[in-house]
Design a protein around this ligand. Structure first.
Ligand code: NAD
Ligand code: UDP
Length: 346
């Protein structure tokens, strides 16, 4: 179904800062989590824009192979490091995108204390680094800060309904705490901060064993395995294609909005998990069957971004429908999966 069109009259021209702090060839753009799904797409895009990029990653859910092709630019380096510890960078940093953190529920629940510390200690280390280098810093926050929301769509002003005491808390509360650190560093120390609240994003280069719903369904359908539905499948998500999301991150980093608070980035078109399963089955012509499993604790029942702020401040909105994005993702996975039996889903 097409997205609701946004009329030009409601979307003023965005104020984008010429990225002086990044276009200076001596200034480095640092991407933590740069070897992960979103990070590797972001690094590629920044290199295309002429930046010098350093990725910092502990390779817990990311892979060296995601960024190996970037090394030939001569402007890219991957440093293996855990951001729970401070890091020194040789050279002047202009901008930091802080993306390091496992994002898939089965992956972030594998070592919850480490996940929590990645968000809290990692954010503080990166904020200190940003202050030291007088660099702008963007935090990859999440729609999970809204928890199991009681209103839909979710605007940035909604404070959320989040459980502090449960299996998702290490991620949700870690991300909320990181936003708090960004708020305090901006207000107390003058840090030049940006916060993107990212909604479910999918696309090529997701790890086949990532465990999130879109990659699970695509892999299951292509491999002829059962499609695993947690609970009734009536819970909803709004799926954003990776290229759209990266465009939003770049625009948010470049926008001259001062400390403007968090900005939702996501595709407002909402689907049930069952609708997603059916779409993937139709597209892959798969004979996989639906298998209903127990609902996950604290699984949000609905999620849909209100992107008015991103439209107004960044002139941004998604352009790729789930229909088209899935085609691209399925083509990529069909090409790269290898032997179906080798894939072990979380
Ligand atoms: P991902 O798991 O593919 O990437 C995360 C990367 O961070 C990996 O390369 C991993 O090795 C690295 N990492 C994890 N902990 C680290 C640590 N302590 N030190 C250094 N590196 C570490 O996940 P993704 O989907 O690419 O998500 C990237 C960021 O965007 C995360 O912060 C996530 O919370 C956020 N986000 C993503 C989505 C989404 O739908 N993809 C939605 C909301 C928020
Ligand atoms: N989900 C599912 N089957 C799977 C993986 C996930 O039914 O194999 C559901 C999950 O319970 C949730 C939704 O799909 O309701 C999105 O899950 P995901 O892990 O992708 O991200 P979340 O938004 O929950 O962090």
């Amino acid at each position: 179904m097409p997205m609701t069109p946004i009329t030009a009259t409601t979307t003023p021209a965005p104020v984008l800062r010429p990225m002086a702090f990044c276009s200076d060839p001596d200034r480095i753009t640092l991407v933590t989590g740069g070897a992960g799904f979103l990070g590797s797409h972001l690094c590629a895009r920044l290199l295309d824009m002429g930046h010098r990029v350093i990725a910092v990653d502990n390779l817990s859910t990311g892979r060296r192979s995601n960024v190996a092709h970037l090394e030939q630019t001569g402007r890219f380096e991957l440093i293996e490091h855990d951001i729970i510890a401070p890091v020194e960078i040789d050279g002047q940093i202009g901008a930091i995108y802080n993306l390091a953190c496992p994002a898939s529920p089965p992956k972030y629940q594998r070592d919850p204390v480490h996940t929590f510390r990645t968000s809290i200690d990692g954010a503080q280390n990166m904020l200190d680094l940003a202050l030291k280098h007088d660099a702008r810093i963007l935090q990859a926050s999440t729609s999970e800060v809204y928890g199991d929301p009681e209103l839909s769509p979710q605007p940035e002003s909604y404070c959320g309904a989040v459980n502090t005491y449960g299996p998702r808390a290490c991620y949700d509360e870690g991300k909320r705490g990181a936003e708090t650190l960004f708020y305090e560093y901006a207000h107390r120390f003058g840090a030049d901060t940006r916060i993107a609240r990212i909604f479910n994003t999918y696309g090529p280069r997701m790890d086949a064993e990532d465990g999130r719903v879109v990659s699970n369904f695509v892999v299951q359908a292509l491999c002829g395995q059962d499609i695993t539905i947690y609970g009734s499948g009536r819970q909803t998500r709004s799926f954003c294609y990776v290229d759209d999301l990266i465009e939003g991150l770049i625009r948010l980093m470049a926008a001259d909005i001062g400390f403007g608070g968090p900005v939702n980035l996501g595709n407002p078109r909402e689907f049930t998990v069952l609708e997603l399963a059916q779409l993937v089955l139709d597209k892959t012509q798969s004979s996989s069957q639906l298998r209903y499993l127990q609902a996950l604790p604290d699984d949000p029942r609905q999620r849909r971004p209100d992107i008015t702020r991103a439209q107004m401040v960044l002139g941004w909105q998604p352009t790729v429908s789930l229909n088209d994005g899935l085609d691209r993702m399925i083509a990529h996975f069909a090409e790269t999966l290898g032997t179906p039996k080798e894939v072990v889903l979380s």
